[in-house]
Design a protein around this ligand. Structure first.
Ligand code: BEZ
Length: 398
């Protein structure tokens, strides 16, 4: 089975700037002197419930590089793609394949927090420059931070904290949580619990279902009997779409507000149809942001892929932007790691999501927006919080 990015399940594929030259001169001078391509390993989901997320990230990265004539800082980019299937048990083998087998210069991955934690362990040991374009596992930019690991997406608690505070502001006093049982769902709920209970809200019950199960009926039946004012849910990708439809089909939307991090609706806005109407979320991106970078990105992405970008595409774009900034500081020489990391750590740029910079633990400091899904579009309701930084607890990169 192939994803939209054309990656066969678990197959490694080289897609740009194939290195016939490198094959012809395997022993000679350093790669940069020969103008050899920079090998960038992409460990992303191209199948399963998060396949569309991996595709969106890949599309945006490819678009960025194509707009620079296939190069970053003068180096031709050679993507080496691996489908991680959002399967943590496969993560060690697949990451090893990229680092030791393919000998990639840079590692970019991934979407699923569990896969990312296994990947990051090997990346830290190998000291390979690594960029995380989605997975929000808190620990990666807290106690397990590392100078070679940069995240361009978010920490899992961040959208939960923003949503919980917004729910209090909206006058909601009781809630049930219903989420996937793994790091992303647990930490999203942790963030929500923190701000919702601090504001005087009461969580009646915390429900969960193993990832990537989508048999939501038992949980929805329990929610119906508990009768909270609102539900806070973390689901994403294909699972989120099924959840929105099931929540609506059960008639819960008539009496219970559905809230969550923006992953609940991003990428599935149109497919959700009527079932998505009224779902409120907090996220570091919303389609209608009125800045020049967002307008250009949306136009270019739509022209290239015949669909508009979502938050995952924005994160892919920012990942490539950050790598580009780092590489430019080294003249394209990935071996100059101190210069590379210094430039990336200090990068500040205007992203389609708004102003972007990194915290001391190399996680984004960015704005959070409140949105409501209406007729296939996340409508901007207001800025939930500006310059939000995740705690850097346990991290020291000095
Ligand atoms: C995660 O596993 O960290 C994650 C997956 C999808 C959306 C957001 C977070």
């Amino acid at each position: 089975m192939k994803s939209k990015s054309g990656v066969s399940r678990r197959r490694v594929l080289q897609i740009a700037g194939a290195s016939a030259a490198a094959a012809a001169f395997p022993f000679a001078r350093p790669a940069i002197a020969q103008g050899a391509p920079l090998k960038v390993g992409l460990l992303l989901p191209y199948s399963g419930t998060f396949a569309a997320l991996g595709d969106a990230i890949t599309n945006a990265m490819d678009l960025y590089v194509k707009q620079q004539d296939g190069k970053l800082a003068g180096r031709t980019i050679q993507w080496i793609k691996v489908d991680d299937e959002s399967a943590p048990p496969k993560a060690t083998e697949l990451t090893t394949k990229l680092i030791q087998g393919e000998k990639v210069d840079v590692l970019i991955g991934t979407v699923h927090s569990g896969v990312a934690m296994a990947m990051a362990k090997l990346a830290r040991e190998a000291e390979i420059p690594t960029l995380i374009p989605n997975a929000g596992a808190n620990v990666l930019t807290r106690a397990q931070c590392a100078k070679n690991i940069f995240r361009t997406s978010f920490g899992n608690s961040q959208p939960g904290v923003a949503a919980g505070a917004a729910m209090i502001k909206a006058g909601i006093k009781t809630a049930v949580t219903y989420s996937w049982k793994y790091a992303a769902g647990d930490e999203s709920v942790d963030g929500f619990r923190q701000s919702f209970t601090a504001g005087g809200g009461k969580i009646i019950k915390e429900l969960s279902i193993p990832f990537p199960n989508v048999e939501f009926q038992a949980g929805l039946a329990e929610i119906a009997s508990l009768k909270p004012e609102a539900v806070y849910s973390f689901f994403a990708g294909g699972g989120a779409l099924k959840y929105l439809k099931d929540f609506h089909a059960a008639g819960l939307n008539k009496s219970i507000q559905l809230w969550g991090p923006g992953f609940l609706t991003d990428g599935v806005e149109k497919a959700a149809g009527e079932a998505g109407n009224g779902v409120k979320t907090a996220l570091h991106y919303v389609e209608s942001l009125d800045n020049a970078e967002n307008k250009k990105f949306r136009t270019d992405y739509n022209a290239a892929f015949k669909r508009f970008p979502d938050v995952y595409a924005v994160q892919g774009w920012d990942t490539t932007m950050l790598l580009d900034i780092g590489l430019k500081a080294t003249g394209g020489d990935i071996a100059k790691k101190d210069d590379l990391y210094k430039a990336m750590r200090n990068a500040k740029f205007n992203s389609p999501r708004g102003p972007f910079r990194l915290s001391a633990s190399q996680n984004p400091i960015h704005n959070f927006y409140l949105r409501e899904l209406k007729n296939g579009e996340n409508v901007f309701l207001g800025v939930a919080a500006t310059d939000v930084s995740d705690p850097t607890t346990g991290c020291s990169l000095a």
